[in-house]
Design a protein. Structure first.
Length: 182
C-alpha cells in the first residue's frame, strides 16, 4: 500500500518539484544570516572568507561563478575560448599556479572595482578588503540554488586552492542571497 502511494505521488508530481525536494533548489527569497551560515558549512566549505554582494548593485554574476585575480588585482582569464561558459579548466589552473606562473590577463574589471560591490556583512556598511595573497579566488553562491551545484564544481575549486602549497590563494565566498537583518 505504501509503495503504491509513493508511486502515485511520484507519477503526479512534476520533475521540478522532485528536483527541489532532492537537491534543495527553490525560489529565491529572503533568508536569515543563520540559514546562510548553516548552508555554507553543510554544502560548500568551512574554508574561505565569506562576504556579501550588495543587493542594490546591478552586476551580471551567475551562481556559482568563479573570478580569479593575481596579486596585482588583474583578472586572470581561465576560460576556453571556444566555450567561454565552461569553468572546467579552473581547478587544473589553480592546482598548477606557482610563483613563476605567467597568467593570461583577461579584459574583465580589476579586483578593486570588483570588490567594491562586496560587503563584509549583509546588514552593515563595513568595507570589504581582500587579504594579502599571491592569488584571489572569488566564488558566488546562494542557498536557493540547492546543494548539487556546489558538490560538483565549487568544492573542486576550493580544494584546488587549499591544496596548492606553492602559492597563497585566498578564497572568498560571495553570498548572493537577500539576507534579512535583525
Amino acid at each position: 500500500m505504501i509503495f503504491l502511494y509513493m508511486l502515485l505521488s511520484l507519477g503526479f508530481s512534476s520533475c521540478g518539484s522532485l528536483i527541489s525536494l532532492i537537491y534543495g533548489v527553490r525560489d529565491s527569497k529572503v533568508v536569515s544570516s543563520e540559514a546562510v551560515l548553516d548552508f555554507k558549512s553543510k554544502y560548500i566549505s568551512d574554508q574561505g572568507q565569506m562576504c556579501y554582494a550588495e543587493p542594490t548593485v546591478d552586476h551580471e554574476w551567475f551562481i556559482p561563478e568563479p573570478f580569479l585575480f593575481d596579486a596585482q588585482g588583474r583578472a586572470i582569464d581561465y576560460r576556453i575560448k571556444d566555450n567561454p561558459g565552461c569553468t572546467a579548466p579552473l581547478s587544473v589552473l589553480i592546482s598548477g599556479l606557482d610563483s613563476t606562473s605567467r597568467s593570461i590577463i583577461g579584459n574583465q574589471e580589476n579586483m578593486s572595482t570588483f570588490a567594491s560591490h562586496l560587503k563584509n556583512f549583509p546588514c552593515d556598511s563595513s568595507e570589504f578588503v581582500p587579504s594579502k595573497a599571491d592569488y584571489h579566488l572569488f566564488i558566488t553562491w546562494a542557498t536557493w540554488t540547492g546543494k548539487l551545484v556546489y558538490r560538483q564544481r565549487v568544492n573542486s575549486w576550493i580544494e584546488a586552492a587549499i591544496s596548492n602549497k606553492k602559492v597563497r590563494i585566498s578564497v572568498y565566498l560571495i553570498n548572493m542571497d537577500q539576507v534579512v537583518c535583525h
